[in-house]
Ligand binder design. Structure first.
Ligand code: ZN
Length: 57
C-alpha cells in the first residue's frame, strides 16, 4: 500500500544553531521504518508499534 519514496538520512535531521533536531524517529521495535507522528502518538506503519507522547512542550 502506498508508494515507496526513498528516504535520505540527512533529511531526518535538521541543524539549528548548534543543536540537531531529529525530525523523524526510527522505530525502536522493528528498526526498519520511521515512526509517523500523529496528534499524541508516534506510529510505525510496518509493525504497528505505537508510542504515546506526552503533551508537554
Ligand atoms: Zn516498526
Amino acid at each position: 500500500m502506498g508508494k515507496h519514496s526513498s528516504i535520505k538520512i540527512w533529511k531526518l535531521y535538521k541543524i539549528e544553531g548548534n543543536k540537531v533536531i531529529r525530525l523523524r524517529q526510527l522505530c525502536p521495535k522493528c528498526g526498519e521504518a520511521f515512526l509517523s507522528k500523529h496528534k499524541n502518538r508516534l506510529y510505525c506503519g510496518k509493525c504497528h508499534y505505537t508510542e504515546f507522547i506526552s503533551n508537554k512542550s
